[in-house]
Structure formats: C-alpha cells, structure tokens
Design a protein around this ligand. Structure first.
Ligand code: PMT
Length: 401
C-alpha cells in the first residue's frame, strides 16, 4: 500500500447499497498516503451523504457537471487531468452500461471520457443483473475499448443485500485499495519520510536589516520534488525564498537558523532521511536591536555569535535518520567535504564548488561530487532537477544498503 503515497486518486461512486463501503475505502486510501477526491452520482447520494465523503477525504465532493462554481475551480477537465488513477466503486449496472456506450451525461461519465489516467472499476449489483447478457456484453465492450488501462476489481460472490446469493457483491475496501496500489510502479522511497532543509536563513540585526546569503532554494526544492516522485513523504523546511513550493510536499517556513533547528528537531521523530541543502548562516548577531539602528559613527561593529549546527545536531540524535549534508566550498572541495562528512558524523555529503557563478548559488544548474565512507561519485553540470533525481537515486541506494 506504500505505493499510494502522494498518489491522486479520484473516486467515482455510483448508486448502489455498496456505496456505504466507500467511507472505509476513502479512509484506507488516505491512510496509505493518497490524496482522494470524490465524485458522486445522484444515485450514490441516495445511499451515502456527500458530507461523509467530504469529511473523510478532506476535499469538497464533486457532483454537478454544469456547475459554474466548479468550472471556475475543478471542473470535469481539471478533475480528469488531476487524477493519477480513476477508481469507480461501486460501479452499478446502469453506470457500466452508460460507460460502455461512451455517454457523458453526468460528471462521472464525462470525467471517464476525458481522463488519460488508468481506471479501476469495482462492479456491484444484484447477481442476476451481473449475469445478465447485456451487463456482460457491456463489460466486454469496456475492456476491449480500454485494454490494459482498465482493471476490473471483482465482483465477489456471496450473500447479497437483497437476500440473493451469487456474484455481484462489491469487493471489500481492503482488497480494492490493494488492487489500486498494485496499479502503480514501486518507487525508490515508497512511504519513506524525508525531511529537507532548503534556502537561506536570515539573521536579524534590527527590525529592518539582516545577514543572509544568495541561496535561492532551487537545489533543495528540486530535491523535495524528486523525493516526492520517488514515493517519499516529504517535509521541506524552507528559509525565505521566492520560488513556488512543489505540490504534495509539506512546507514549513522558517526565517533564522534557530527557527530551522527547532523545525528540524520537531520532525525528527518520524524522519528516516534528513537532507541538509540549506545555506544556514554560521553566525548571528549577538543581540538584535529593538529599533532601527541609526546612522551615526563612521564605523559600526556587530558582534556575532555562532549558530548551532543543524545537520550535526540531527546526526547526533539517537536514533538518527540517514543524514545527508551539503558542502559549499570555494577551494580544496574534496578535502573540506570529507572533513565535514567525518566531523558532522554524516552518512553522505554532496559537495559543490560555490566559487563558480554558472553553478551552485542561485543558478539553475549544479555540478557536485558526492562522498560517503565507502565511495564517491561525480555528477557533472546539469539542471538542478535532473541532478536532484540522480541524487535521490543515489541516496535511496545508500539508505537501503
Ligand atoms: O539554494 P540554491 O541557490 O539552489 O543553492 C544551492 C546551494 C549552493 C545552497 C546548495 O547546493 C549547498 O551547497 N548547500 C549547503 C550550503 C552550506 O551552508 O554549506 P556549508 O558547507 O556551509 O555547510 C555544510 C552543511 O552543514 C550543509 O549541509 C549545511 O546545511 C549544514 N549547516 C551549516 C551550518 C549550520 N549552522 N547548520 C547546518 O546544518
């Protein structure tokens, strides 16, 4: 079920007594890390309330095809594009018939026509309706039209709500959730909790001035997106940056090194991999002036005191996550990186030469050398997104080794 982490599941519920099982189904999918949105047909709403599905999925329920408000927000095309997978459960005989004819006469059937996402369909109906040649012909037509893009889950056989016995019961929510998870490839970091620090910190001098650096956050944000795509649950602890946060990543905004330390420590309990790509200020002003410092003397001295080392604090914690540091160097890159690897007790360090203006700080590209106790690897200049994917692959391999 860990394959469901970060997946977007669009659940279409049609009218049938099995609709009540969708409450448990949504709970299972959400617990496994999926984001769930629900479409209900008019029939479905006779069996279970939209309010229940909204409360469980954490998202408003979609129903009307021609809803001016929905069109401005999430209309049928947006929903069709949003979904990583469309799950229809229960799929009634009526819905299957409309789908087999290619009809688009309500929101759910329209989304089915509009989506490129794989479709899972869990039929549920009276045993005689399921065995009816028309229903069977509709199922064959659907399977022929969608090929491998359609997975039929069930139906199960057994006692039915109407008292009949035979095939037509909707599969249990656990079995449906497992079948949905099986539709996704295994990610390198499925279900692993990853915490990433990114961007600069700002160390206040007075209410309007601070000490900082040129970090844009691009490297750390790209790592967060790559870890998410590998199936991880990602928390991004970010200093002040102007780039947009990747979606499906939890972002904690911080300003100073002390804020960043506190945020990192509060994530430690569940963190399995910690990646410190932030450019944390090594020093901060010993005291912060309450009011703006006025221009007076020709010289002004600011006394600085050392900030705590966040990544070293994380690595010293017991039990500690697999801890990855970055090393921003301007000379003797390997020597200083290996020194930080040992001194901060890291599992792996990613070293970049920040004396170059074409890579490193505030650039779209980077080139790094990675060192760990038993090995090293070089990644020549490339886009930070490509580099992030390569680094996540390497980190996942070392984490599991
Ligand atoms: O944000 P971009 O514009 O994309 O630029 C990316 C980057 C150049 C900032 C990034 O690739 C990088 O090198 N990040 C580390 C910057 C840095 O502070 O390096 P350092 O060598 O000073 O620190 C070594 C390690 O200790 C780093 O993992 C750093 O996050 C960590 N550290 C440093 C000081 C401190 N007080 N606490 C820390 O955790």
């Amino acid at each position: 079920m860990q394959r469901l982490t970060n997946r977007r599941i669009l659940l279409g519920i049609s009218g049938g007594i099995a609709a009540y099982k969708c409450a448990e189904l949504v709970r299972l999918l959400s617990k496994a890390g999926a984001e769930v949105r629900v479409i209900m047909t008019s029939g479905a709403m006779e069996f279970i309330t939209p309010l229940t599905m909204q409360a469980l999925s954490g998202n408003p329920v979609h129903h009307a095809l021609l809803d001016p408000e929905a069109e401005a927000g999430m209309g049928h095309i947006e929903l069709a594009k949003w979904a990583d997978l469309l799950l229809i459960a229960p799929a009634s005989a009526n819905l299957i018939s409309r789908l087999a004819q290619g009809m688009g006469n309500d929101l759910l059937t329209t989304v089915c026509l509009a989506t490129d996402a794989p479709i899972c369909l869990a039929p549920a109906m009276n045993q005689a309706m399921w065995r009816d040649p028309m229903t069977q012909a509709n199922m064959e037509r659907l399977q022929a039209a969608h090929g491998d893009n359609l997975t039929v889950i069930g139906p199960d056989a057994g006692e039915q709500a109407c008292g009949d016995v035979g095939p037509g019961r909707m599969m249990e929510p656990e079995a449906i959730a497992t079948a949905v998870a099986d539709r996704f490839d295994t990610g390198l970091l499925d279900g692993v909790s990853v915490v990433i620090t990114a961007g600069p910190t700002r160390e206040a001098i007075d209410p309007v001035r601070y000490i900082s650096n040129h970090s844009s956050g691009k490297m750390g944000y790209a790592l967060a997106a790559a870890a998410r795509d590998a199936g991880a649950r990602v928390t991004l602890i970010s200093g002040p940056v102007t780039i947009p946060a990747p979606d499906r990543v939890q972002v904690v905004h911080v300003t100073s090194a002390l804020d960043m330390l506190q945020a990192a420590q509060s994530e430690l309990e569940h963190c399995q991999i910690f990646i410190a790509s932030a450019a944390v200020a090594d020093y901060r002003p010993a005291s912060v002036a309450d009011q703006k410092v006025k221009k007076s003397t020709d010289e002004l001295s600011i006394q600085l005191i050392k900030n705590p080392d966040i990544v070293a604090t994380v690595a010293a914690h017991e039990p500690h996550p697999f801890t990855v540091g970055f090393a921003a160097e301007t000379q003797d890159v390997e020597h200083y990186a290996r020194d930080k690897l040992a001194r901060k007790n890291l599992d792996l360090i990613v070293a970049n030469d920040v004396s170059r203006t074409d890579i490193g700080f505030n650039s779209d590209d980077n080139a790094v050398s990675v060192f760990w106790p038993e090995g090293q690897q070089r990644f020549d200049t490339m886009n930070k997104h490509s580099l992030a994917r390569a680094l996540i692959e390497l980190i996942a391999g070392q984490y599991k080794a």
